[in-house]
Design a protein around this ligand. Structure first.
Ligand SMILES: [Zn+2]
Length: 236
């Protein structure tokens, strides 16, 4: 590989590392956003659970009130039976009391079922709340870590950009200009290796004359298909 290509190769290698670090920086806000969204969804579900639990408690309280009223009514009937004036009245009241007692037993069951349901929902709510807390703590940790990663990437980028500026001084201006144009079109893969006789940018098989030019070295060789600058790996 000629000296000018060697120098361009150095710039391209630096660009590849710069691109990686820039990509890392670009991913950080996306990662955080995903995590924030997951937390927001968990909070939303917890709020729904909380609302469901509240409604269930109101229902359970209403059932309890209903039972208390029914029991009061039964007590009233029992008092009445003591003052029954005839056997007929006594029997009618007794019949009514039995019926009330059966109803009350059913109500008691219903109240118990409601309270059990409240307990189950409360347990589920507590588990969800615990999970939300854990997710919040994890997000705070992630945020710290990612911010640090971002700072490292930024510092690394600055250092590499300086190195690139220095390395680009070694590249003849016309070649560098061509490379810069390619970079703006092709991103970090403006300069690619040749492997197994194929361009590693577009994977087209290169013409024999292109391979011969590359082997000869010296001139800037580009892929006939995608226009990327080609180089042979040292071992090739
Ligand atoms: Zn190509």
């Amino acid at each position: 590989m000629s000296g000018k290509l060697q120098a361009l190769r150095k710039v391209a290698a630096l660009d590849s590392r710069i691109f990686e670090l820039e990509e890392k920086q670009r991913q950080i806000p996306k990662l955080l956003q995903q995590k924030e969204q997951a937390l927001e969804e968990a909070r939303q579900k917890l709020a729904e659970k909380e609302a469901g639990l509240k409604a269930l408690r109101v229902k359970a309280e209403l059932k309890e009130k209903e039972l208390q009223d029914a029991e009061q009514a039964t007590i009233k009937l029992r008092n009445q039976i003591n003052q029954a004036k005839s056997n007929k009245e006594f029997q009618a009241l007794q019949h009514e009391i039995l019926s009330h007692e059966a109803d009350n037993a059913r109500l008691e069951d219903a109240v118990l079922q409601h309270l059990q349901k409240v307990d189950r929902q409360k347990e589920e709510r507590d588990t969800m709340a615990e999970q939300v807390k854990k997710t919040e703590a994890a997000l705070a940790e992630d945020r710290k870590r990612l911010e640090k990663d971002g700072q490292h990437a930024e510092t690394g980028c600055e250092k590499l950009r300086k190195e690139r500026a220095a390395a680009s001084q070694e590249v003849p201006p016309d070649i560098f200009a061509k490379y810069e144009r390619l970079i703006s079109r092709r991103g970090q893969t403006a300069m690619v290796a040749v492997s197994g006789g194929s361009c590693q940018g577009c994977f087209m098989t290169l013409r024999p004359e292109t391979m011969a030019q590359l082997k000869k070295g010296g001139d800037l060789v580009t892929c006939h298909s995608c226009g990327r600058i080609l180089y042979l790996e040292e071992s090739a």
